[in-house]
Design a protein around this ligand. Structure first.
Ligand SMILES: [Zn+2]
Length: 181
């Protein structure tokens, strides 16, 4: 799936082609107008926490709103594309932390020698959860259509559908001529 740089101005004013950015189907609605805000750059692309921050950001209430004129085109089927992945990753992560905290909390106090202390079984569950969820996060994250970089003027997205890229390039050739609706 191609990577494409989209001018922030075109996300903000809603002038991107009406082609779903995920599947290439017709998409009248625009969502996530605020991803074009330069002030968000540090949240979305801080290298270490980018993975979690981006997915936490997309599930914030109101982030997906289509009230604004601008945004990225998603078809009806993919309206929840980012939110679904966001919930999966964030709940998986919160679940992992909760299991570890629970395990520490329930861990028995050190036994008096010569008896040995057995760590609470919840540590085992938390460990398995972590081994399962971390690679799954990475697969979901890396295979998703997602922002991978930004400049002052544009937002770089990976995993974009080729039809969206083609529509964007066609428009450039047509000198931004208006597409009929
Ligand atoms: Zn779609």
């Amino acid at each position: 799936m191609p990577t494409v740089s989209i001018p922030r101005a075109r996300i903000a004013d809603g002038s991107l082609p009406s082609v779903c950015i995920v599947c290439g189907a017709r998409a009248k609605q625009r969502y996530y107008a605020r991803v074009s805000a330069p002030s968000l750059a540090w949240v979305l692309f801080s290298p270490l926490l980018g993975l979690l921050f981006f997915w936490a950001y997309v599930i914030l209430p109101g982030t997906c709103s289509s009230d604004d004129e601008g945004g990225l085109p998603f078809c009806k089927r993919h309206r929840g594309y980012w939110a679904r992945r966001g919930w999966f990753i964030i709940l998986g992560f919160v679940g992992m932390i909760a299991l570890f905290v629970g395990a520490v909390f329930l861990n028995p106090p050190p036994a008096v020698p010569p008896k040995e202390t057995q760590p609470h079984w919840l540590f085992g569950v938390a460990g398995c959860w972590m081994l399962l969820i971390l690679p799954t996060f990475l697969i979901v994250h890396l295979s998703a259509m997602r922002p991978i970089g930004s400049t002052r003027k544009s937002l770089k997205l990976a995993g974009v559908h080729p039809e969206f890229v083609a529509a964007l390039e066609d428009e450039d050739e047509d000198d931004y001529e208006d597409e009929d609706d």
